[in-house]
Design a protein around this ligand. Sequence first.
Ligand SMILES: CC(=O)SCCNC(=O)CCNC(=O)[C@H](O)C(C)(C)COP(=O)(O)OP(=O)(O)OC[C@H]1O[C@@H](n2cnc3c(N)ncnc32)[C@H](O)[C@@H]1OP(=O)(O)O
Ligand SMILES: CC(C)C(=O)C(=O)O
Length: 536
Amino acid sequence: MTSDQHSGGDVRAVQAGDDGRVTIFDTTLRDGEQSPGCSMNQEEKLSVARVLDEMGVDVIEAGFPASSVGDFEAVREIARTCRTARVAGLARARPSDIDRAWEAVQHANRPRIHTFLSTSPLHMQYKLRMEPEQVYENAVEAVTHARKLCDNVEFSPEDGTRTDRDFLCRVVEAAVKAGATTINIPDTVGYTVPAEFFELIQDLRNRVPNMDRATISVHCHNDLGLAVANSLAAVRAGARQVECTINGIGERAGNAALEEIVMALQTRRDVLPFHTGVDSHYITRASRLVSGITGFTVQPNKAIVGKNAFAHESGIHQDGMLKNAQTYEIMTPESVGLTRSTLVMGKHSGKHAFKSKLQELGFELDDKELNDAFKRFKDLADHKKEVFDEDLIALVDDAVLRHNDRIRFVSLGIHCGSDQPQTAELTLEVDGERTSTSVTGNGPVDATFNAVQAIWPHDAALELYQVHAVTEGTDAQAEVTVRLNEGGMTVNGQGADYDTLVASARAYVNALNKLLVKREKAATPEQQAAAASSVA
Ligand SMILES: CC(=O)SCCNC(=O)CCNC(=O)[C@H](O)C(C)(C)COP(=O)(O)OP(=O)(O)OC[C@H]1O[C@@H](n2cnc3c(N)ncnc32)[C@H](O)[C@@H]1OP(=O)(O)O
Ligand SMILES: CC(C)C(=O)C(=O)O
């Protein structure tokens, strides 16, 4: 078997100087943020961008600047902050969107405008209500306009995998001629399969005469669970940029997961002779940060970053691991930033050990955050025999990532049991002002949520209430997820505490804070100005 047969693909160089380096384009802050229920404020987006920049992601798609004032400002701040990563802003194929994207990214060390327009028959006819020739002209105009502003322009023919092949080749050729430096082929609805996508990318390379003047990129959705497989097939066919997100979050079933792409390329270089610039040791930290901010818990069996990804429970596996870890591990936990714990944390631990433990777990906190988290840790350690790593992660996510919230949990007292009525005595701080109330309900959770409603009236409907124990035992911390829906806007809130009801109140309050962010993003500039003077 030749090495080419072995890799099952076309691994010849795609351009002069091609050494198999794959550009990692992270869209956690744009497509990831489009996940239903996920909304990040500016500071949260910045903290994710900082980690992505540090870990060596090549391009950060920071948002869609024309979509709201809040997103515009977040993209602008990220552009000003990132040191090495290129910062991209997404724009529809309209001059006003493109101008807005440029306004947001222009101060980046390395800016990019990413403009897109659907090319599939379905999208053109029903969504855009445009004829193919109008779409062709519009795509050329958009890229031409973007190139007048920025020398690095990406063009995406949206729904590319369901586009007529001849038309796709024509549009791509014209976009490259107009100055697009990257051509991104999106599998917008996660429809393609690996062999088909391989053939599509190869076909573009063979048929589009000027294809070698632009980098081919792919953007795969996970509707059939094939996003990573499709992306890797495309790389073998000559794509040199992969668009992906941390933990695979994104529209519907999500996008290709960054950690899976990076680790597949790193672990299987023998059959996938490509490499990225990402330092894989940052993966766990980035995953936990995104999960904490979005409230999207990572499923335990998720590849690379799931809680069980490096856990071995059955005897034969444990025996093999003790004899040689490679028997059941194809990569080391250390390579993705998981450290084997050396410090045991308990109520006698001091702040130095606490800080060092958090660093081991991938958290870098400022002094205020550290003090807040330490206070919560001491309180937890007083109520729990052993404080595990999972407890600390839940606690830090809860204590630290919320410090800019406008509505804050202060205290909760509950009267519950078989005596009626169940009553919640709740104190919240709203924009710095404390309010207390005492409210009844059908059970302690209902009473707690009624109390939140009494202090901060709102119309959002509760869609999900979920409790899970962070570790085993009756003294385990509870991690609660609450999903609210207000006029079609969904948000997920999370809260953790050794008291399930306090965790519930924290989760509800967290969801309300996210709703405030989402409302702000959805508002027009005039509505935003009016809202600035009143929270509710
Ligand atoms: C596949 C993807 O992920 S694409 C990115 C999706 N991301 C988002 O939508 C970000 C959040 N979106 C928003 O904030 C809003 O949709 C906005 C601000 C972008 C636009 O809001 P509105 O002006 O109210 O338009 P609305 O969203 O209802 O409809 C979209 C309009 O854009 C048009 N459109 C859609 N895609 C494109 C495109 N790539 N280029 C040009 N026009 C487009 C649609 O045809 C429709 O036009 P119409 O109003 O003439 O019918
Ligand atoms: C804007 C494009 C790249 C996109 O998100 C998609 O097609 O899924």
